[in-house]
Design a protein around this ligand. Sequence first.
Ligand SMILES: Cc1ncc(COP(=O)(O)O)c(C=O)c1O
Length: 401
Amino acid sequence: MNNSQNWIDRGLAHVAKTYGRYPLVAASGEGCWLTDIDGKQYLDFLAGVAVNNLGHCHPKVVAALQDQAGKLLHCSNYFHIPQQIELAEILCENSFGDRVFFCNSGAEANEAALKLVRKYSADNYGDNRFEIITAQGSFHGRTLATISATGQEKIRAGFAPMIPGFKYVPFGDIQAIKAAITPQTCAIMLEPIQGEGGINCPPDGYLQAVRELCDEQELLLVFDEIQVGLGRTGKLFAYQHDNIEPDVMTLAKALAAGPPIGAMIAKEKYAETLSPGTHGSTFGGNPLLAAAGVAAMKVLLEDHIIDNCVAMGDYLRTKLEQLQDKYPFIINVRGRGLIWGMELSIEGGHIVKIALERGLLINCTVEKVLRFVPPLIVTPQEIDQMIEILDQIFSEIETGE
Ligand SMILES: Cc1ncc(COP(=O)(O)O)c(C=O)c1O
């Protein structure tokens, strides 16, 4: 029995069954490559689902973790934590935000945002103004409040009753938002590009129109940039493409380029509503994770990572569109920077499995959309390698091999 099978069997026996896992047992990673326990290498165009934006084990992030691990692993948020302060400064200097709440995941960042918008509304407009409008096809996390916010029935199924006060509208439709607003509405929460929902980009002008509506109606605008933030779309934050600012933004995934950390960033006017005792997290922004976050942010901002994302994004788009011209079962290619979806007329799951066998990691969302979210340091050669594997698989599908 090889090492992989042994681990797979042990995992199946005792690890929660919450994921349909592929038969890959991860051992190590470097750059855009993941190596399994048997030494097989995989070209990683999934990047931990947009977490490993700097590639696997970026040396500067690893060094920061090693250094911090020898000094202080954890310290309560009852005390001031320099690494957390530095990370908050970097995030505020480079965004619309004035204040950052740190947590450990995307769902927790969104929980913090949901609590903030409700409390701000309660403090300023009274108790009965708590509704939050989100989009159909959205994904905001797996906790009860964030599945309540998520506009996908399949994510909520079996967990009723939901947290009350969420309304879902079609993504990209400004009239639908207008129609959904009532005197009880306090906020609108959107992903600037929907990730899990199938890499859905809104029509031009939509996000600006939502911003204007929020200003008119005194609603808070929350952008969930957990998947698309931190350089992924070719700007540091996706909202920067539209020359607007949200009032609140959530981040996680790539923030420390691997280690788990989340953040909720808000303008001062709104952030101050979360006064001492109203929210918290034991591990949020702890010295180890914040040190990794500082290192990752410095690499992202100083090492031309986003320039590479823009250039490689254009290259990947061209290559994906060439495949679209070649194969009739590719309906659509969409995305921005280095987040791309390829919508097929056939199920994508088996393509993901074949790609894995051939040493390529991609995934499939909403059954028929292949997702490409490689590290932002990807090279043209690696894109060519990926396209070659995909092209081969597609040609076999077309000829029925
Ligand atoms: C847009 C968005 N929001 C929230 C989340 C939840 O993040 P986490 O899994 O870290 O809780 C995800 C995860 O895929 C996401 O893509």
